[in-house]
Design a protein around this ligand. Structure first.
Ligand SMILES: [Ca+2]
Length: 165
């Protein structure tokens, strides 16, 4: 008897990119987790925090055949996640620009990164996961120093401006 495996979603996965321009200077937190709070060793991601424009803003997510984009940002710092980093108390402060790698190691895992931003100075936060072949469907959220969520993007809801309700 043939067994049918239910495909819950066939929606193309896109990696979240978030462009954040603070209205006040301060230390902000980026929270990353899986959309369903799943996790395993292969739930890897790569986080890029820069004060420039999104690196793939014009090429789109489809154009990734062949060679990946050259990581030509000179002076970009490299970080590896180190647990614990699940809350704002343990979030490491990264400088811009930084290329960080991490993993949602277990269900319920959350990674929090802290960064300083200046008033009116845009910060681009990109989380690559699907692009790397990772099963992680990342949800990213920026919170201010008081923990208030300011922006959120996830890899599923990539709607372009339509107001759902
Ligand atoms: Ca973590």
């Amino acid at each position: 008897m043939a067994q049918v495996v239910a495909e819950v979603t066939a929606a193309p996965k896109t990696d979240p990119v978030l462009r954040f321009t603070p209205t006040v200077a301060g230390t902000y937190k980026l929270h990353i987790h899986d959309v369903k709070y799943e996790g395993l060793q292969n739930y890897v991601y790569r986080l890029t925090i820069t004060d420039g424009q999104p690196s793939n803003s014009s090429e789109g997510t489809m154009a990734r055949r062949g060679k990946s984009r050259a990581e030509s940002h000179e002076g970009t710092l490299q970080r590896n996640e180190s647990e614990p980093n699940n809350d704002i108390q343990t979030a490491p402060l990264v400088e811009l620009p930084t290329l960080a790698t991490g993993t949602m190691m277990r269900p319920g895992d959350v990674d929090v990164w802290a960064f300083d931003a200046k008033k009116g100075k845009g910060v681009t936060l990109e989380v690559d996961a699907a692009k790397l072949g990772s099963p992680l469907q990342a949800v990213v959220a920026v919170r201010d120093a008081e923990g208030k969520e300011l922006m959120r993007r996830d890899s599923l809801a990539d709607s372009n401006g339509g107001s759902a309700d």
